[in-house]
Each structure stands twice: as C-alpha cells, then as structure tokens.
Design a protein around this ligand. Structure first.
Ligand code: LLP
Length: 423
C-alpha cells in the first residue's frame, strides 16, 4: 500500500490505523462522517519544510494558508511551532488572532475586497497584500498606515486543476506584468508603507511544474530589485506564495521539497536581495494529515456496482468539483483479496455526488460489507474548509489525534445550527 507511513497511516491485522488509533473504532466512537487529523503529521510536514530550507541555508517565513484547514486547534498547533498566517478574509484574520497569532504574524491577501472589509482588516493592523490599483487607492483613502506588499501576476501559472491556477492571462489576481512598476511608483507616491512583493502562481503543482514555479521565482526576484530601486529602499520580504502539491495517488512522486527550497534560496542569494523569503503552503502542511471516515451503507449491483456511503460533496467537494483523485480504504479490510470495481456514491441527491474522480472511472476496492467504514485519504486540505450544508446536511465532526491521544476539535453541526439564521 503506497500510502502506508509508520506512525501515521498503518495497516495492522488488516485494519486501518491513524496515529496509532483504529479508524473504524474512531468512526464508532465519534460517529460519521468524520474528519480525523493526525496532528503529529501536520507538525512533521511543517518541520520538513523548515528543514529543507535550513539545509539550503535559509529560514523562511512560513505563512500557513489557513483556507486549507482553518480549525482553531490546527492553527494553535502551527502557531506554537512558529508558523505565520496567510489569511484571505476578515474572518480568517479574526480566527487567526483568536488562535493566538499576533497581528505581525498575519499577511492578508484579498481579491475583489470591499472597502468596508478593507477597513475591518486595517483596524487590527495586519499587513495587507495589495491585489489591484483599486485596492491600493482605497487603502490610501482609508488612511491605512500599516505594512503592505504588492501581489503581481508573473504571467505564467501552474496547478492541479485549471480552477487552481492563479497566474497567467485569464486570471483575476494581482497586478499584471506590464503595470507592476507603475504599481510600486503609485504606492510610493501615495505614501504607502510597501515592504514586500508577492506572487502565488497556483495550487497543487508538483513534478515538472516545479520548474515553472522556479522560473516565476526568477521573474519575481527581478521585479523585487526594480521595486527597491523605485521605492529607494529595501524590501523586507519577497513572498513566493503557496502551491506545493502532495501525493494523491500511487503513480505520483512525492513533492521535490529539496529542489523547491534550494531553488528559491539559491536564486535569492544570487540576486543579492536581503529581503526575507516568505512562502504560503497550505496543502503541503495539512493535506495528507487527515482522512474522511464514512459508513458504507449500501453495497449493491445497480447498472454498475455501487458502494453507497453517508458522505458526499457537501463533506468533500474535491472529486466532484475538480475531478480530484482521493485514495480510499475499507478500514476493516485493508488488504482484502476479493476486490471489485465500484462507483463510490455519496448521499446527496445529485448524480455528480460521487467520490471517485469521475462517475465513469470505477474504483477497485476490497468488496466491503454494509456497515464497514470507508476512509477517504488526503482529505486534510480543502476538505472540511470547503464543506457545505447542501441537502441540509450538518457539517461533519472533526477529531485530532496527537501524541497518542484523540480529541474532538469540532462538534458535528446540529439542525439548530443550520436553522439559526432562518426567520
Ligand atoms: N497563498 C495564496 C494567495 C493562495 O490563494 C493559496 C491557495 C495558497 C497560498 C495556498 O495554496 P496551497 O499551498 O494550499 O496549494 N480548493 C483547491 C485549492 C485552492 C487554493 C486556493 N488558494 C483544491 O482543493 O485543490
């Protein structure tokens, strides 16, 4: 099993374990659908990034992209470990502050942000990453005195799906190449306190796309030097955004972390820039730390063989929305010899509510029994954070395993929670 990793995901006696706990037993104890995070894996992932940069001779600012997984307990864990935050909405800023991050540790990167939201963010005094001339002018009009950076679009991007590529031509983010110098000039004239330059080319790139990323790093460094000339002073940081992918399937390689870290550090060193390196990984830190557990309630031959489960794209939208592949494991029969090809069907009333990467590509799995637990792996990033109340289903409960203990970190929603704002 390609996903087995000692101390994190293991198969013992044909049963699936996470962080030393039986997945099926957790499903029984806490109910399903249930996200189970292994806090130790989150820490390992974070520290692996730190170590890769340390080996290359740098200590970057690692802003956790909290949109990937904004649980307070996950944030507290990373805060204690020395992470910073990439926040994209006023509520993300508030949640990060509540989790214990000081305002200096938070960089806000928003797009199409209203002026009232801008003033809400300006109030606690977090640094703001400017996405457009409009935002820059409106910030100035609000009398913003805090630190800011400028996000530019380096003209080329990469990502796991077209929806997650965030640089290039038909892209809404950042200041385009031909206007980036003008942006620094205008910011200077307005008297804004510009201390950084930012790029984020997309999410979930890996393999050969690391070269595309490193090419944009070179372009961003050239812009940073120009920006220092225009501003007549040094930048404090150059932020290369997030995006490092994870291994979702057997035929993918692990993300080349050393090549990524070394590539950034060497290019920065060669440039002579003294600015700190900043990065904003989300998926890499939390993606493989969690599984979504659900109950197999139907095993039946319809037009095609179906495994029906009590979770759907309300819990994990990535397969339906991006055609993403998530590995699946029958928790009570990990190595089952008798297998079949199944559609893994969710419990929502839509044909697209299928947890395979698409409806036609059936998944080979051990033939399960009704009542077994299905684990959907690599659900830690953009899993719970994109969950919804569609079909009036409650958001799932979340548990964290950490240092040999389990703890409920988020209660299952109730009907009353769903109805709270209805009149
Ligand atoms: N920084 C900025 C400005 C971003 O917009 C993002 C992600 C990140 C950092 C973190 O990217 P990561 O390291 O996690 O790839 N829902 C999609 C991913 C959307 C990413 C949005 N922005 C998915 O499930 O694949």
């Amino acid at each position: 099993m390609w996903w087995i990793l000692k101390g994190h995901l293991e198969a013992k006696g044909n049963q699936l374990y996470i962080g030393g706990f039986s997945a099926a037993a957790l499903a029984k104890q806490y109910g399903t659908p249930l996200f189970v995070y292994n806090g130790n894996r989150i820490l390992d992932n974070f520290n692996r990034i730190k170590d890769a940069f340390a080996a290359a001779g740098a200590a970057p600012r690692i802003h956790f992209a909290m949109k990937a997984c904004p649980h307070l307990e996950v944030l507290r864990l990373l805060q204690r470990e020395g992470a910073l935050i990439d926040a994209v909405s006023p509520n993300e800023v508030r949640i990060a502050l509540r989790a214990g991050f000081s305002k200096e540790k938070i960089l806000f990167t928003g797009t199409s942000i209203s002026s009232s939201e801008l003033s809400e963010i300006a109030e606690p005094g977090v640094a703001i990453n400017i996405d457009s001339f409009s935002q820059m002018r409106r910030l100035h009009a609000l009398g913003f005195r805090g630190k800011c950076s400028i996000r530019w679009n380096p003209g080329m991007g990469a990502g796991g799906h077209s929806h997650t590529i965030t640089a290039g031509k038909f892209i809404k983010f950042g200041v385009p190449e031909q206007k980036v110098e003008q942006a620094f000039e205008e910011a200077k004239n307005l008297g804004l306190n510009v201390v950084g330059l930012h790029q984020h080319i997309g999410s979930g790139w890996t393999g050969k796309d690391v070269d595309v990323f490193l090419e944009t790093v070179g372009k961003t460094i050239a812009v940073a030097k120009k920006a220092e000339e225009i501003l007549g002073g040094k930048l404090q940081f150059v932020d290369f955004g997030g995006g490092p992918g994870i291994r979702y399937r057997k035929d993918q390689a692990e993300f080349p972390l050393q090549r990524y870290a070394k590539g950034i550090v060497e290019k920065m060193r060669a440039s002579g820039l003294k600015a700190e390196i900043a990065i904003e990984p989300g998926r890499y830190i939390v993606g493989d730390s969690a599984m979504l557990l659900c109950e197999i309630n139907t095993v039946e031959e319809k037009n095609i063989p179906i495994i029906g489960v009590n979770a759907g794209f309300n819990d994990l939208i990535r397969p339906a929305f991006y055609g993403s592949y998530h590995e699946m494991v029958v928790c009570e029969n990990v190595n089952g010899l008798r297998t079949g090809d199944f559609m893994v069907a969710g419990d929502l009333c839509e044909s697209g509510d299928v947890l395979n990467e698409n409806r036609e590509t059936l998944r080979e799995l051990p033939v399960p029994e009704e009542g077994n637990t299905l684990a959907i792996l690599n659900a830690g990033a953009y899993g719970f954070s994109m969950a919804s109340n569609y079909n009036s289903r409650c958001l799932p409960a979340c548990v964290m395993v950490l240092n040999g203990k389990t703890r409920l970190i988020r209660e299952r929603q109730s009907l009353e929670d769903i109805l709270r704002n209805e009149k």
